[in-house]
Design a binder for this molecule. Structure first.
Ligand SMILES: NC(=O)c1ccc[n+]([C@@H]2O[C@H](COP(=O)([O-])OP(=O)(O)OC[C@H]3O[C@@H](n4cnc5c(N)ncnc54)[C@H](OP(=O)(O)O)[C@@H]3O)[C@@H](O)[C@H]2O)c1
Length: 332
């Protein structure tokens, strides 16, 4: 496989973003931090939506001297009340949103299922349900600012393997009736993000709001660092080797940045973007990434996408604005 060109093109990275406003969730660490750094470098104002405000403030000290500005606001995606509080605080202070990056994510590396206070399985709560609620609450602001963009982080693991394609179990998204597996929950959460970006793109077709799902590559971030001790030791031992095949956080931020800033990306609204991946060894790499067709049929089934969204409105306690017209029903 040819060496990746892990940088967005010059025209994209030299765009002047003065006067624009972005939200990046999970902005204190890894891919989110480097996505934020580039946006601030180009002059944007970035709202760093962090579960740990102090970690966001600490990380953002390294932005000193950059052209743009930033602020840190508290957001716990595992708590729908916190999501609503964040949106209220954001819209009280800001009347534009040029880009929304649903970046935060986690995987439950322990054996036991963890539930959020709202009753969701924790992995899908953070990657998908929290972001779903926040996106839906921010849609009017995104539309009012259009052209605007939304990118949600998925992962190559959403594709699985030819013999084992992850799929959503719509009548048990939160593992109430199934045996729990942390990795399966993570794969399903990332299928949900691919489907949501595609559904949203169709729903917003008549607007100038573009949506994308993103695989960042294998990032040398803090991802998975909260696992049990034996796993942490194994990861520490593997780290020097993994450097040969993994990407820096800056490199891994390029696909999100391409989706947010390039002139080309909006022509592919709804698509799953990746710079390169083990799934596409035959494909030439492209700076910042390009729209890849997911090999997982379950991640491109638009009936499933619409059912997921209809169900999500219900589960997060929002009125579905189009249910009366569309007559959506979730099959049991
Ligand atoms: N690393 C990879 O190789 C890889 C591969 C494919 C996809 N991804 C995806 O890329 C995204 C970024 O991950 P990363 O690699 O940069 O990992 P990371 O360094 O662990 O960053 C994850 C971020 O998500 C935040 N977060 C976790 N739970 C949260 C919650 N309840 N509310 C708000 N924020 C929360 C974390 O906050 P705290 O610091 O407070 O925990 C952190 O800021 C994730 O969606 C991940 O699934 C990563």
């Amino acid at each position: 496989m040819p060496r990746k060109r892990l940088a967005i093109d010059e025209a994209t990275r030299s765009k002047d973003l003065a006067g624009t406003t972005y939200i990046v969730t999970g902005a204190n660490s890894g891919v989110g931090l480097e996505t934020t750094r580039q946006l601030v470098t180009q002059g944007a104002h970035v709202v760093m939506a962090c579960r740990r405000v102090e970690a966001g403030a600490e990380a953002s000290r390294s932005f000193s001297g950059l052209a743009g500005t930033h602020e840190v606001m508290r957001l716990d995606l595992a708590d729908l009340h916190s999501v609503r509080e964040f949106e209220a605080a954001f819209t009280a202070e800001h009347d534009r949103l040029d880009g929304f990056v649903c970046n935060a994510g986690m995987v439950n590396m322990r054996r036991d299922l963890e539930r959020t206070t709202d009753g969701f399985e924790s992995t899908i709560a953070v990657s998908y349900f929290g972001h779903f609620l926040l996106t839906e609450l921010l849609l009017d602001t995104l539309k009012a600012t259009a052209p605007s963009r939304m990118a949600i982080l998925s992962s190559v693991v959403h594709a699985g393997s030819p013999k084992n394609r992850p799929q959503l179990v719509l009548d048990d998204l939160n593992y109430e009736r199934r045996d729990f597996s942390g990795m399966r929950a993570y794969c399903e959460a990332k299928v949900a993000t691919v489907l949501y970006a595609a559904e949203l793109a169709q729903r917003l077709e008549s607007t100038d709001v573009s949506t994308f799902s993103v695989h960042p590559g294998w990032a040398r971030s803090n991802f998975g660092s909260g696992g049990p001790l034996p796993m942490r030791i194994a990861m520490a031992i593997m780290r020097p080797l993994s450097r040969l095949v993994s990407d820096s956080n800056t490199e891994s931020a390029q696909t999100t940045l391409h989706c947010l800033l390039s002139d080309d990306a909006p022509r592919h609204s709804g698509a799953y973007f990746s710079q390169s991946s083990v799934l596409y060894r035959d494909k030439e790499c492209r700076a910042g990434g390009w729209p890849m067709e997911t090999p997982n049929p379950n991640a491109k089934n638009m009936d499933t996408a619409r059912q997921l969204v209809a169900l999500s409105y219900d589960l997060v306690g929002l009125d579905n604005p189009s249910s009366a017209n569309r007559g959506d029903q979730v099959s049991e």
